[in-house]
Write a protein that binds this ligand. Structure first.
Ligand code: SF4
Length: 336
């Protein structure tokens, strides 16, 4: 792929840079449900939901609309039981996100009388809200001049400015946030941030950026976009072995409540140690990946397990209403 050389610098020619980007966005902006609203609660939901879930998946399954139908405002989620919010988030993964959404809603209700603050610094004081999300709510809901940097924007900016520091290192992050702040159009923060994000999603893509049709190619300093952004070496994948009972009596199945931070509030198959299962033969083995863990789970049903704290039988017909982590639900769906 041939990339045209930059003739102008994005910061030294900042007005021309901004207007090229905004003109392109006004003609090419994709319509998304979260772009149709300036309600800070809806914007916050979309931002949290899109943090680890792709736009196409959220759109295809109407996850954003369905979540807001169930929790249309902060009052609705503030009083909801945990089981209900986990069920509404099921399949999206990273469940602390929805727990934090509830805590943030409760915080706004109690500390700000139900009115979302509009400036990014105050928004960052809400539980679970980092600098990116605070800037997104401030700029998208209130059109305030707050920069944002997500993965797409970090890629675009590192290419535009030919930055070779790792974008996930402390100095690299600092440099990218400074660039986002300098380039932001203070007159059009909502549109500018959306445009930069969309450029990263549609043209300035990770593997094959479309530089020849890019609206800011004239300002883009890198000669080697496919080598940017630089990132720190990846974490190693850790192999994990799990041993669990698939114990069914009549129309009931034995489940265990999750206790660790990742599975708290979710029901799972009752786990046992490798030693406890050493004399048993597994009926099946399954594999799933979660963050940097590659899990192999062996299932046993040779003899009834001794019940341990919190484990209980649930009607098979109730499984669809219980919060169950997606990999375990998929395994159950193949077996039951
Ligand atoms: S697509 Fe990305 S790398 Fe290519 S010219 Fe545009 S900003 Fe630069």
């Amino acid at each position: 792929m041939e990339k045209p050389s930059a003739r102008r610098h994005p910061i030294k020619n900042i007005r021309a840079f901004r207007s090229s980007l905004l003109r392109w966005f006004s003609e090419n902006a994709k319509s998304h449900p979260w772009r149709e609203t300036t309600d800070p609660w809806a914007i916050l939901v979309s931002e949290i939901m899109l943090q680890q879930t792709t736009v196409s998946s959220v759109i295809a399954n109407r996850r954003f609309e369905r979540f807001l139908e169930e929790f249309p405002d902060i009052e609705a989620i503030a009083v909801a039981p945990e089981e209900k919010i986990l069920r509404a988030w099921e399949g999206l993964g990273y469940y602390n996100r929805v727990r934090n959404l509830q805590k943030a809603a409760q915080f706004v209700l109690h500390e700000f009388c139900g009115n979302f603050p509009s400036d990014a610094a105050t928004l960052e004081s809400l539980p679970g809200i980092g600098r990116y999300t605070a800037g997104a709510v401030s700029s998208f809901a209130f059109d305030r001049p707050a920069p944002i940097v997500d993965g797409n924007i970090a890629r675009v900016l590192s290419r535009l400015l030919d930055q070779h520091q790792a974008v996930d290192s402390t100095p690299g992050k600092k440099a990218i946030w400074q660039s986002a702040d300098k380039l932001l159009d203070p007159k059009n923060p909502r549109l500018f941030n959306s445009a930069l994000m969309e450029l990263g999603q549609t043209l300035c893509t990770p593997r094959s950026p479309s530089c020849l049709i890019c609206p800011v190619r004239d300002f883009c300093k890198t000669e080697t976009p496919e080598k940017l952004p630089v990132k720190k070496p990846r974490k190693k994948i850790i192999a994990v072995e799990e041993h669990a009972y698939l114990w069914i009596q009549g129309d009931k199945i034995l489940l265990s409540p999750g206790h660790d931070s990742r599975r708290k509030g979710f029901w799972k198959l009752p786990l046992r140690t490798a030693d406890e299962c050493a004399h048993l033969s597994p009926v099946s083995k399954h594999h799933y990946v979660i963050t940097n863990h590659k899990v192999t789970i062996s299932l046993y049903r040779e003899k009834p397990p001794h019940l341990i704290s919190g484990e209980k039988y649930h009607h098979l017909g109730d499984l669809s209403n219980l919060p169950i982590a997606t990999p375990i639900r998929k395994i159950l769906a193949t077996l039951l």
